[in-house]
Each structure stands twice: as C-alpha cells, then as structure tokens.
Design a protein around this ligand. Sequence first.
Ligand code: F6P
Length: 511
Amino acid sequence: MTDKSPSAFDALHPHAERLRHSPIPDLIAIDAGRPQDFAVRAGPLYASFARQHYDRAALDALFDIAETADLASALRRLFDGDIVNVTEGRAALHTALRSDLSGAAHVREATAQARAARARMATMIEELDASGVTDVVSVGIGGSDLGPRLVADALRDAGGGRRPRVHFVSNVDGNAVRRTLSQLDPARTAAILISKTFGTQETLLNGTVVRDWLRNDARVYAVSANVQRAAAFGIDESRILPMWDWVGGRYSLWSAVGFPIALAIGMDGFERLLAGAADMDAHALATPLRDNVAVWHALTAIWNRNAMHAGSQAVLPYDERLRLLPNYLQQLVMESLGKSARLDGAVLTGHTVPVWWGGAGTDTQHSFFQALHQGTQIVPADFIGVIRADHAHAENHTALLANLLAQTEAFANGQPSDDPHRAYAGNRPSTLLLLDALTPESLGALIALYEHSVYLQSVLWGINAFDQFGVELGKQVASKLLPALQGDAEADDPVTRALLAEIIGRDRLMK
Ligand code: F6P
C-alpha cells in the first residue's frame, strides 16, 4: 500500500519556492522583530529560531499544519498513556517516570511504580556507598547505555569527586570490556547489567565477562523488564530493578535505567534531572503551540526536511560536558523516526528523518566545519550553548561563546568574495539552544525537549516513534552466521561465504 493522498506539507512548497530567492540575512534585515519573535523560553532554556530559513508567512503555514494535526491532543494522548506505539500495542509512558500530569488511573499507577523503583534504587546506592566500592561498570547498549552515559558524563562534576566512578561497556568488541576492566580492581568494583529484554547479545556477553572477572555475585545488579531472565543469569532478585513494557529503551534514562546516573551524581541529582524534565513536560503539554518550544523545534525539523529537502542535520553542543549528546540523539531521533511506513501501514511517499550527526565545538570547527560552510549540501544545525561556565577559566569561556555566536552568524550571513575559493555563500540555517547553566534540571529539560520534538515529528509524519523493527534483521542474520564463523555451517549468501573463507583462512595463517 502506497500513500497517494495529498501531502500535508504541500502548503509549504510555495513558501519554500518563494524563499529560495530570500536568503536568511535578507529575511532578518526586513523584519526587525524577528530576533525576539522567533525565540521561545522554557525555564532555563532559551531557543532562537531566528536564523532558520523561514519567514512569518512560512511559519503561519507550519503552525496551520500543527493545528490540523492537533499536536496538542497528540501530546495529551502520550501523557494519558494511550496506545501510541500501535505496532506493538503499547503506551509510551516515559513522562510518567518524572511527571504527574495525567488523571488516568493506569498512568498514576505507572508513576507509583516508578517511584517505588526509585526508592529501591536509593537503598541500593546507599548500600554501595557504604561498601567502599570506588568504581561501577555499567553494561548495556542502545537505550540501556546512551542516556545514562550522556548524563553521567555531562554531570559528573556535580558528584564533587565523592561519588563512585562509573564506566560504561556497550560494544560487543572484547577490546571494549578488556580496556575498561584493565584499569579496575575487582575488589572495589560493582557491576550493573542494564537490558530491558535481558536478551541482547552484547549485554549478555559483556555481562558474563564482567561477572566472571568480578567473582562476587553480591556486587552484580540488574535493571530489566524481564526479571526472570535476569534471575536466570544468576542475579538475585533483591538486586534486580524493574523496567516496564510501557517505557521505550531510548526513552528510559528516567527509570532505573538511570541507576548509573544516580550513582555518578547522587540520588538528589537524579531527582533534580527528573524535575527538570517534568518542567519541560508541563511546558510542552500546557503551552499554546505558538509559544511551545517543542512544537517550534518539531516544525523546524519538518520545514528543513520536507520543504527545504535537507538530508542531514547536525547537532553541535558548545560545551565539552555535552560531547555525548550527538551520540545519544542519534538513537533517540533516528531509531524513533527512521521509518518509511505510516501508522496505517501505507508506505510514505515523502521523507522522514534525515541523518543526525555532530560533535562538540570548537573541535568540530577544525574538522568538518569546512564542509558546513562551503560544501554543496546545506546542513541545518542545532547549536547548543551554556551561559554560565562553572569553571575558573573565564577567558576560555568567553572564547567558547564568541566561537558559538560567530559560527551561527557566519553560517547564516556568509561573506561574499570575488574569489570563489574564499567566498562563503551563507544561508545555512541553524537553531540556537541556550541553557542558563548546565545543571541536572536544565539537562533534564533539554533531553525532554528533544523527546517531545521527536514525538511531535512522528505525529506530523504519521509514523510510530516507538518501535524499531529496522534493527532486527541484522541481529537475525548475525545469529545465523555465528555457527558459520565457528566453522560449523555454511553461509547461504555467496559473498558472505567468500568473506568467511578469507577471515577463517587468514586467521589460521596468523596462528
Ligand atoms: O538497538 C535495538 C535495541 O532494541 C534498542 O532499541 C534498545 O535500546 C537496545 O537494543 C538494547 O535493548 P535492551 O535494553 O533490551 O538490551
């Protein structure tokens, strides 16, 4: 079934066509109110969309689309625990882990379960703190790794050096676990195995290596929705924290999946992270569309993808502590929105998610910014800055902010030259997200903003943000190839057969 209906985004095309002849600096020059009017504040977060390549008329068309799609009701459905994950028949109640914004009985029950799990987690953290453990290895992958890894890294200074160090092992490559364990003392280390399914190959293999190295089962903890499987792995139920079907892996850092975060920054810090996300939840749910930062962010994504046809989106945090944000967002955004079937099964004719990628400034300026400034493809960017430095190197911070502002300006304005090699065309769109300071609250708000933007984009595209069938095929093929690599079977595919012969042959030669 192919979707042949007129696209909801058709109304954008005349605007895109019109604006082809009006680059961003011209739009700014003719509209004095734009810097203020194209900006939204939500608590500690200020978002400026003034350097996007749209004008008021194009925005009107975008907000009309938002009204027609009834984004306000879509958010209400999410918060009320409706079955928004239709292909798997599940709710997606990550908001219930941190907010209390629904009267629905099953949502209140979910919030109560999350609170009870946090209370158990707090007790485990007290036990670990009292045990003399200095290091904790967190084993998990995808949503059971990227969120905790990002937040623990971003906020680790908040622990003041008094918290255990948290290390993350995700990749099935044995070099990852070897490198991590080689710096640690098993007598002072604990482990947490995080897996919603407790069936993920990488986590089970790495978890086995870590458990065997530790030789102390009393210091192995788990977080899983499949308590039975975790228990069968040999972890005592008293050390298994729950997860639930109604939380998607990539939306789960607010649950006990955030155990490594709470270890790294303390339980108070973890609660503050949830409070910041809850404030963004309240903003997203209750703020009219025109003042709603999540709606602005989602509509901007739609504009850049479906009206301006950008195939790529950069995310550029100008704060070393947020260096893992692009990795985290790659899963959140691309696993959620990398779909080509609509909710009703019709195959989409337009485009959904572009490729998300990025890195932390100013390093990225010296690596890939050349292509962003002068390459043939326009890559919209989310720049993220933090106003308060939280370190004593004032000159560094001034230089960092100068670079951040300079890049957003140079992207948009460019600079003409008679020499084509030295000309900057400009007209590169960007959003600037500014946090007052990097705190648990502001980081919680920033992540929740992206979650809500992703959901709203999925509503506008008519796709399911909460399944990920696309990752299954590779896993199935890999499991079929295991016996072939061990020499116990033949691969079906002729190219794979030749590659296996090469690998096995060369491996023998090197022994
Ligand atoms: O990459 C696929 C995926 O299913 C992700 O959605 C998930 O976050 C990850 O694997 C890990 O899954 P689990 O938590 O079940 O180990």
